[in-house]
Design a protein around this ligand. Sequence first.
Ligand SMILES: CC(C)(COP(=O)(O)OP(=O)(O)OC[C@H]1O[C@@H](n2cnc3c(N)ncnc32)[C@H](O)[C@@H]1OP(=O)(O)O)[C@@H](O)C(=O)NCCC(=O)NCCS
Length: 145
Amino acid sequence: MNADLDHIVFRAARGEDLPGILAFWAQAAENQARPADNIAVLAALLERDADALDLAAYDGGVVGTLISGWDGWRAHLYRLAVRPDLRGRGIAAELLRRAEARLAALGAARLDAMVLEQNGLGQSFWATAGFSAQPEWRRWVRSVE
Ligand SMILES: CC(C)(COP(=O)(O)OP(=O)(O)OC[C@H]1O[C@@H](n2cnc3c(N)ncnc32)[C@H](O)[C@@H]1OP(=O)(O)O)[C@@H](O)C(=O)NCCC(=O)NCCS
Protein backbone atom coordinates (compact mmCIF):
# COMPACT_ATOMS: atom_id res chain seq x y z
CA MET A 1 0.00 0.00 0.00
CA ASN A 2 1.25 3.43 -0.91
CA ALA A 3 -0.98 5.96 0.76
CA ASP A 4 0.42 9.42 1.10
CA LEU A 5 -1.63 12.20 2.59
CA ASP A 6 -2.75 13.42 -0.86
CA HIS A 7 -4.67 10.18 -1.41
CA ILE A 8 -6.49 10.27 1.88
CA VAL A 9 -9.92 11.85 2.08
CA PHE A 10 -10.81 13.74 5.27
CA ARG A 11 -14.51 14.27 5.89
CA ALA A 12 -17.28 14.17 8.47
CA ALA A 13 -18.59 10.67 9.14
CA ARG A 14 -22.13 9.77 8.08
CA GLY A 15 -24.50 7.12 9.34
CA GLU A 16 -23.35 4.52 6.83
CA ASP A 17 -19.76 4.87 8.08
CA LEU A 18 -20.58 3.84 11.65
CA PRO A 19 -20.17 0.03 11.38
CA GLY A 20 -16.79 0.52 9.71
CA ILE A 21 -15.73 2.99 12.40
CA LEU A 22 -16.57 0.55 15.20
CA ALA A 23 -14.57 -2.19 13.46
CA PHE A 24 -11.70 0.25 12.93
CA TRP A 25 -11.63 1.26 16.60
CA ALA A 26 -11.54 -2.39 17.67
CA GLN A 27 -8.19 -2.76 15.92
CA ALA A 28 -6.68 0.74 16.02
CA ALA A 29 -7.93 2.78 18.99
CA GLU A 30 -7.12 3.07 22.70
CA ASN A 31 -10.00 0.99 24.09
CA GLN A 32 -9.44 0.57 27.83
CA ALA A 33 -11.34 2.17 30.69
CA ARG A 34 -14.23 3.77 28.85
CA PRO A 35 -17.93 3.17 28.16
CA ALA A 36 -18.61 0.70 25.33
CA ASP A 37 -19.24 2.17 21.88
CA ASN A 38 -22.09 1.04 19.67
CA ILE A 39 -24.02 2.23 16.62
CA ALA A 40 -26.78 3.81 18.71
CA VAL A 41 -24.49 6.09 20.71
CA LEU A 42 -22.59 7.14 17.59
CA ALA A 43 -25.83 7.81 15.71
CA ALA A 44 -26.95 9.96 18.66
CA LEU A 45 -23.70 11.91 18.46
CA LEU A 46 -24.23 12.63 14.75
CA GLU A 47 -27.85 13.55 15.40
CA ARG A 48 -26.72 16.14 17.94
CA ASP A 49 -23.71 17.40 15.98
CA ALA A 50 -23.37 16.10 12.41
CA ASP A 51 -19.74 17.23 12.07
CA ALA A 52 -18.43 15.97 15.39
CA LEU A 53 -16.92 12.71 14.13
CA ASP A 54 -14.26 13.31 11.50
CA LEU A 55 -12.65 10.49 9.59
CA ALA A 56 -9.81 9.79 7.24
CA ALA A 57 -10.70 7.38 4.43
CA TYR A 58 -8.41 5.53 2.07
CA ASP A 59 -9.27 2.96 -0.58
CA GLY A 60 -12.87 2.81 0.63
CA GLY A 61 -12.02 2.14 4.28
CA VAL A 62 -11.70 4.10 7.50
CA VAL A 63 -8.05 4.73 8.38
CA GLY A 64 -8.35 7.49 10.97
CA THR A 65 -10.85 9.16 13.30
CA LEU A 66 -11.16 12.04 15.72
CA ILE A 67 -14.26 13.24 17.59
CA SER A 68 -14.31 16.96 18.31
CA GLY A 69 -16.97 17.49 20.94
CA TRP A 70 -18.42 20.95 21.56
CA ASP A 71 -21.09 21.34 24.24
CA GLY A 72 -21.44 25.10 23.87
CA TRP A 73 -19.07 25.61 26.77
CA ARG A 74 -15.96 23.45 26.41
CA ALA A 75 -14.27 21.48 23.65
CA HIS A 76 -13.10 17.90 24.11
CA LEU A 77 -11.27 15.58 21.73
CA TYR A 78 -11.96 11.84 21.72
CA ARG A 79 -11.19 8.70 19.76
CA LEU A 80 -8.05 9.78 17.96
CA ALA A 81 -6.81 6.71 16.09
CA VAL A 82 -4.95 5.90 12.90
CA ARG A 83 -4.70 2.50 11.22
CA PRO A 84 -1.45 0.93 12.39
CA ASP A 85 0.15 0.48 8.95
CA LEU A 86 -0.53 4.12 8.02
CA ARG A 87 0.87 5.78 11.13
CA GLY A 88 3.69 8.29 10.99
CA ARG A 89 2.41 10.05 7.84
CA GLY A 90 0.67 12.99 9.44
CA ILE A 91 -2.89 11.61 9.38
CA ALA A 92 -3.51 12.32 13.08
CA ALA A 93 -1.95 15.77 12.76
CA GLU A 94 -4.34 16.57 9.89
CA LEU A 95 -7.34 15.28 11.85
CA LEU A 96 -6.32 17.52 14.73
CA ARG A 97 -5.81 20.52 12.44
CA ARG A 98 -9.35 20.07 11.09
CA ALA A 99 -10.83 19.59 14.56
CA GLU A 100 -9.11 22.70 15.88
CA ALA A 101 -10.41 24.79 12.96
CA ARG A 102 -13.95 23.53 13.58
CA LEU A 103 -13.86 24.03 17.33
CA ALA A 104 -12.29 27.47 17.09
CA ALA A 105 -15.04 28.52 14.68
CA LEU A 106 -17.61 27.32 17.22
CA GLY A 107 -16.02 29.44 19.94
CA ALA A 108 -13.67 27.10 21.76
CA ALA A 109 -10.76 28.75 23.57
CA ARG A 110 -9.03 25.54 24.69
CA LEU A 111 -8.86 21.92 23.58
CA ASP A 112 -8.44 18.91 25.81
CA ALA A 113 -7.94 15.18 25.42
CA MET A 114 -7.99 12.30 27.88
CA VAL A 115 -4.89 10.11 27.56
CA LEU A 116 -4.23 6.93 29.51
CA GLU A 117 -1.21 7.17 31.79
CA GLN A 118 0.46 4.19 30.10
CA ASN A 119 -0.16 5.37 26.53
CA GLY A 120 3.27 6.70 25.61
CA LEU A 121 2.42 6.92 21.92
CA GLY A 122 -0.65 9.04 22.62
CA GLN A 123 1.27 11.25 25.03
CA SER A 124 4.00 11.78 22.45
CA PHE A 125 1.43 12.83 19.85
CA TRP A 126 -0.36 15.31 22.13
CA ALA A 127 2.89 16.75 23.46
CA THR A 128 4.16 17.36 19.93
CA ALA A 129 0.85 19.06 19.14
CA GLY A 130 1.44 21.51 22.01
CA PHE A 131 -0.75 19.89 24.69
CA SER A 132 0.47 19.39 28.23
CA ALA A 133 -0.86 17.35 31.16
CA GLN A 134 -2.66 19.11 34.02
CA PRO A 135 -1.38 17.27 37.10
CA GLU A 136 -3.38 19.49 39.47
CA TRP A 137 -6.63 17.95 38.12
CA ARG A 138 -7.96 14.40 38.37
CA ARG A 139 -11.13 13.35 36.58
CA TRP A 140 -13.90 11.99 38.87
CA VAL A 141 -16.49 9.75 37.23
CA ARG A 142 -19.52 7.59 37.97
CA SER A 143 -21.80 5.67 35.62
CA VAL A 144 -25.36 6.88 35.03
CA GLU A 145 -27.83 4.53 36.79
C1 LIG B 1 -1.37 8.42 18.34
C2 LIG B 1 -1.72 8.20 16.86
C3 LIG B 1 -3.16 8.64 16.63
C4 LIG B 1 -0.78 9.06 15.99
O1 LIG B 1 -1.21 8.94 14.64
P1 LIG B 1 -0.20 9.26 13.42
O2 LIG B 1 -1.03 9.50 12.20
O3 LIG B 1 0.83 8.21 13.35
O4 LIG B 1 0.47 10.61 13.90
P2 LIG B 1 1.21 11.68 12.96
O5 LIG B 1 1.88 10.96 11.84
O6 LIG B 1 0.26 12.76 12.62
O7 LIG B 1 2.34 12.20 13.95
C5 LIG B 1 2.28 13.47 14.56
C6 LIG B 1 3.30 13.52 15.68
O8 LIG B 1 2.99 12.56 16.71
C7 LIG B 1 4.22 12.03 17.25
N1 LIG B 1 4.30 10.60 16.97
C8 LIG B 1 3.58 9.90 16.05
N2 LIG B 1 3.96 8.61 16.09
C9 LIG B 1 4.94 8.51 17.01
C10 LIG B 1 5.74 7.42 17.48
N3 LIG B 1 5.58 6.17 17.01
N4 LIG B 1 6.66 7.67 18.43
C11 LIG B 1 6.82 8.91 18.93
N5 LIG B 1 6.09 9.98 18.51
C12 LIG B 1 5.17 9.77 17.57
C13 LIG B 1 5.35 12.71 16.53
O9 LIG B 1 5.74 13.81 17.31
C14 LIG B 1 4.69 13.19 15.25
O10 LIG B 1 5.30 14.33 14.75
P3 LIG B 1 6.48 14.21 13.66
O11 LIG B 1 5.95 13.37 12.55
O12 LIG B 1 6.72 15.62 13.27
O13 LIG B 1 7.61 13.54 14.36
C15 LIG B 1 -1.54 6.72 16.45
O14 LIG B 1 -0.27 6.27 16.85
C16 LIG B 1 -2.59 5.78 17.03
O15 LIG B 1 -3.66 5.57 16.44
N6 LIG B 1 -2.29 5.19 18.22
C17 LIG B 1 -3.25 4.25 18.87
C18 LIG B 1 -4.48 4.96 19.40
C19 LIG B 1 -4.09 6.02 20.42
O16 LIG B 1 -3.30 5.78 21.32
N7 LIG B 1 -4.69 7.21 20.25
C20 LIG B 1 -4.46 8.33 21.15
C21 LIG B 1 -5.39 8.26 22.28
S1 LIG B 1 -5.10 9.56 23.46
